[in-house]
Design a protein around this ligand. Sequence first.
Ligand code: ATP
Ligand code: MG
Length: 204
Amino acid sequence: MAKPIGVMGGTFDPIHFGHLVTAEAACEAYDLEEVIFVPAGRPPHKAAKYISDSQHRYFMTVLATIDNPRFTVSRVELDRPGYSYTVDTLRTLYAEYPEREIFFITGADAVLEICSWRDPWSVLELCHFIAATRPGYHLQSLDRLRATLGEEHSQRVHPLTVPALAISSSDIRERVQAGRSIRYLLPTSVENYIHKKGLYRHGG
Ligand code: ATP
Ligand code: MG
């Protein structure tokens, strides 16, 4: 049978080593053929917040993933008008990769919110979840999610421990605005791009 594919969705504003380490760990643990990074078009849960231009987020994601033969970037959400819903993205990817299992890779914080996503039961039919534990996260929260989902759907959520990385995009943006260093938190190519384009200097 063909190997499963991984999908990593995010705003990637900017992409950082937390995302990349998690994707690599998922790739190894589940023998994924590839991990498709899907920069979010207009995420409904971040509608009120300032988000960088999608072109910048797309370029940074390409720069960060270009040297890994198993990482690719999809424009599926960027080219689709309106809010981005994971359920639509998964349906599109299924059409592109028929008969493949899809593992949707998220941080454990994000997986806890799946019940608030559009059509969560369809999402759980369409993919498995790899929930990367990140610092400050408590396993009891995942147990609560399992209780809500019920036994059958819970089997589709797989916890994965990744090296503890307290890196977040919000922290990187704040650092840039404060004129502090972001070195070693994200690939140098992305850091250079941020400085070249003057991103995050004036906050959001
Ligand atoms: P922000 O601080 O703006 O919310 P973020 O760092 O959480 O950004 P997102 O683009 O929102 O990045 O996240 C995309 C996905 O990556 C989510 O599923 C999130 O849980 C996961 N993620 C983010 N940072 C890490 C990290 N350091 N380790 C593991 N997973 C992470
Ligand atoms: Mg986040």
